[in-house]
Design a protein around this ligand. Structure first.
Ligand code: ZN
Length: 376
């Protein structure tokens, strides 16, 4: 294994691991975990995810009797993530501008492994630690959705997949995706437009009636994709729309979802003719359920305490997106998202400060120490 955390992190970002191609990365990390004395295994999530690897699990029994604690991160990166060439500029590691850096989420992986290495090197006693590195997080939380939860012993833990070290995300929204196909009636646009019913026009009318943008402090809605039509001389008979609703409140999520579909159906009715009724096909998918962990919960308190012990500014927030943590919480674990120092993620301007990387590893180590004495 590398001799410094920054070297280790750089070696990881140099391994290509776009979603569904995590195998090389997973095997490297598994080797590192084994070398540190963990029991390591993979599940068969690749059957469902289409990845070339399963999710990676590791277990350290530790030498203090305590409940185990879980640290999670994801092995995959977004695109463009092939052939990443990290550039070091003072305290900053960034990509060469042609790819992402992949600090999302290799900073999390590096910090967890480095903390375990430091604990081992210093011969410090600690309680059992469990590690879960998932595949395909970035393409719909697919790895987390196929974790074998019966094999995890921990009840609480941290997903190292947030922005600032010391900051804990203790809640995240529910999300629905709703797809619509609108079917109007085709006709020659120049010769006999009277015979046509434009699916694009129906969509346009419906969209102006939809509640969009920020609905309230915990709810948002967006039409993110629209496609349809063939040529200017054809009244379009079909349009496809993709929308999403997010809310921290499940009732509000359902209300807005219903309103979108009702708006669509009402508009279709307005465009109805005696001999032709436009049709709407709806496909509703719940992407993930939300979660909220109370600030006074042990997992939050330990995380804040660890930051405070290290003189790192700490705090909690409620997130606006979905991540593996949504799936973990739905499956009975209590997992908050912890910051790793990653910045400008999902862009080619992504970077991380070496000092933040070091802080992140120290934070993980500190949480394990606190947990070993209080989390019994
Ligand atoms: Zn991530």
């Amino acid at each position: 294994m590398k001799t410094s955390l920054s070297e280790y992190f750089i070696s990881l970002v140099k391994i290509d691991s776009e979603s569904r191609n995590e195998k090389t990365m997973a095997l490297q990390v598994a080797k590192n975990l084994k070398k540190l004395g963990a029991k390591v295994w993979f599940d068969d999530a690749y059957r469902e995810t289409g990845s070339d690897s399963g999710n990676l699990y590791a277990y350290y029994p530790g030498n203090i009797k305590a409940e185990p604690i879980l640290f999670c991160a994801h092995l995959d990166t977004v695109v463009p993530g092939k052939g990443i060439k990290p550039v070091i500029e003072g305290d900053r590691i960034k990509s060469d501008g042609s790819t992402v850096l992949g600090g999302d989420d290799k900073s999390g992986i590096a910090e967890v492994i480095w903390a375990l290495k430091k604990l081992k090197d210093s011969n410090l006693s600690h309680g059992p630690v469990e590690v879960l590195f998932t595949v395909c997080e970035e393409i719909g939380l697919l790895g987390a959705k196929n974790v074998d939860y019966s094999r995890l012993r921990s009840k609480i833990g941290y997903a190292l997949d947030g922005h600032r070290v010391g900051e804990l995300t203790i809640g995240a929204p529910y999300q629905n995706t709703i797809e619509y196909r609108i079917y109007g009636k085709e006709a020659h646009a120049g010769v006999e437009p009277e015979k046509g019913i434009s699916a694009i026009q129906i969509a346009a009318h419906a969209i102006t009636q939809m509640p969009l943008g920020r609905i309230d402090h915990e709810t948002t809605c967006n039409v993110g994709l629209i496609s349809g039509g063939k040529a200017t001389n054809i009244i379009p008979k079909e349009v496809y729309l993709k929308t999403e609703v997010r809310s921290h409140d499940q009732k509000k999520l359902e209300n807005i979802t219903t309103r979108l579909t009702e708006t669509m159906q009402k508009t279709a009715l307005q465009f109805s003719r005696e001999n032709f009724h436009p049709q709407i096909k709806v496909k509703l998918q719940q992407e993930y359920t939300g979660f909220r962990i109370p600030p006074e919960h042990l997992v939050v308190q330990m995380g804040l305490q660890a930051a405070s012990n290290l003189n790192i500014e700490s705090g909690t927030n409620i997130g606006g997106g979905g991540s593996d943590a949504n799936i973990f919480n739905r499956n009975g674990l209590e997992i908050v998202i912890a910051g790793t120092g990653m910045d400008n993620v999902h862009t080619v301007n992504e970077f991380i400060l070496l000092s933040e990387l070091e802080k992140g590893a120290s934070w993980v180590e500190e949480v394990i120490k606190i947990h070993s004495t209080t989390g019994k």
